[in-house]
Design a protein around this ligand. Sequence first.
Ligand code: NAD
Length: 361
Amino acid sequence: MDYKIASISGDGIGPEIVREAKKVLEAVGSRFGHSFAYEELLMGGCSIDAYGEPLTDETLERAGKSDSILLGAVGGRVGVDSWYELPPDKRPEAGLLKIRKGLGLFCNLRPAILFEELSRACPLKDEIVEGGFDFIFARELTGGLYFGERYTKEIDGVMTAVDTLKYDEREIRRIAVQAFEIAMKRRKKVCSVDKANVLDSSRLWSKVVAEVAKDYPEVELTNMLVDNCAMQIVRDPKQFDVILTENMFGDILSDEASMVTGSLGMLSSASLGEGSFGMYEPSHGSAPDIAGQDKANPIATILSAAMMLRYSFGLLEEADAVEDAVKQVLKDGYRTVDIMSEGKTQVGTAQMGDLIAGHIR
Ligand code: NAD
């Protein structure tokens, strides 16, 4: 098959890590007979330098016409880069908000994977994480408390602040469908997390999720209260496959989960819209402190490319091949500086990409 990918390298380490992800995709293409064509697009500080704004309407339109987007990271250093003298809506990070909104990317996927080889970076006890774990959040990204009506005013002589948590059934259904579709490509388990013992929005959430579940009889659905889920992630992370949740719960829980996986340089993510279109990017930022030094860990971006293969292109065997290659390279003892430990072999960004691509070929 031929795939057209919008490649947005961005700023800082973005170009270095995207280059390695493409190297790995080329290896996938040659082994499995696919071709990946890239359209290079600008977003973030580099777009401000070229066009005076972090994401032009034309770039947004072109990105939306691709099969999916591979993104590095955007942003620079406040107080150092002149981009931060601009008003907030003109700064590099505003490009991210514009592209997510403009392309209707409402489902945030964040895997929490602990590779056995890196288990020393995990703060949990050995007996809890032995053998590693692998689950993923499907977090609603464009609704709920962060987007509801809010105000602060004096009511009856008392300063009062109000935030509104609102979801309609359509918003819940579309993220639930994505979560079940993702589960079908994994171990076929969805855990829907809410606070249905207190919140009306959560009761509607669990009702709609149960309706959607009827269309996926192969998938096992469980429900968990958010406070219990926060405990279960550290007590027994291996029990989870797909955690489906609303915006704020997902924000908090996915950060908790990323902490127990160890290194930022390993964490991939994706934002999906309706259908198979998605934007794939590492969870970390543009790391300007190490940009251009061949020090960045490209694995988060490489694993984001694997997610693209799995969730946007339906290429499950190919995605497995990338993930297996990452595991093998770690097993062989190769580490970038951020995950380096005693007795291992330190490599740079480009060599890490070469090693992973080499295993796929
Ligand atoms: P960061 O994630 O860029 O860096 C935090 C620390 O982790 C730094 O010490 C960095 O060197 C290290 N690090 C990050 N990724 C790494 C990798 N792949 N390999 C090795 N080390 C890595 O966060 P920050 O320093 O707070 O932000 C830097 C810039 O990135 C800011 O402009 C911020 O706004 C932007 N940012 C962008 C995104 C995005 O594009 N999605 C996300 C977060 C931050």
